[in-house]
Ligand binder design. Structure first.
Ligand code: FES
Length: 152
């Protein structure tokens, strides 16, 4: 069964026709052409697909379309800033925290949501915030450096 639903993504309203159980990640990437969120595990475990749902970090591979349609605002990496210069993004560039870069969407989006909720975290808080986002290249120390820069 397919249905027509409306999604508010990065400040724009989109009509989508799909099964209500379709993962939000599939809709974002395949229907809306937003490739910031990545498919990693598809099980809600790795964090590569993270987006913001009404300001909260969420794993879009594990969010159904009909659930996402109830959100007032969905933000993907593309919507964090108009010019790619959100302070968290700039911090990752400054720290040169990417190796393959596949995990960075999840790192950036998770950190953005965390810093919006906790503006002046200590290192322990940053480590806690990112501990369920996986990086297979092993650039964790550079990512932590970026997180410290972003946290000020
Ligand atoms: Fe969604 Fe891994 S792809 S958590």
């Amino acid at each position: 069964m397919v249905a027509s639903v409306f999604l508010n993504v990065n400040g724009r309203r989109h009509e989508v026709v799909a099964s209500p159980a379709t993962p939000l990640l599939n809709i974002l990437r395949n229907d809306l052409g937003l490739n910031g969120p990545k498919f990693g595990c598809g099980l809600g475990a790795c964090g590569a697909c993270t987006v913001l749902l009404d300001g909260q970090a969420a794993r879009s591979c594990s969010v159904r379309l009909d659930t996402a349609a109830r959100c007032a605002n969905i933000v993907t990496l593309e919507g964090l800033s108009a010019d790619g210069k959100d302070p968290v993004q700039l911090a990752f560039v400054k720290a040169q925290a990417a190796q393959c870069g596949y995990c960075l969407n999840g790192m950036v989006m998770t950190l953005r949501a965390f810093l919006d909720a906790v503006p002046n975290p200590d290192e322990r808080g940053l480590r806690e915030a990112l501990k369920y986002n996986f990086c297979r290249c092993g650039t964790h120390m550079e990512i932590l450096c970026a997180a410290k820069i972003a946290a000020g």
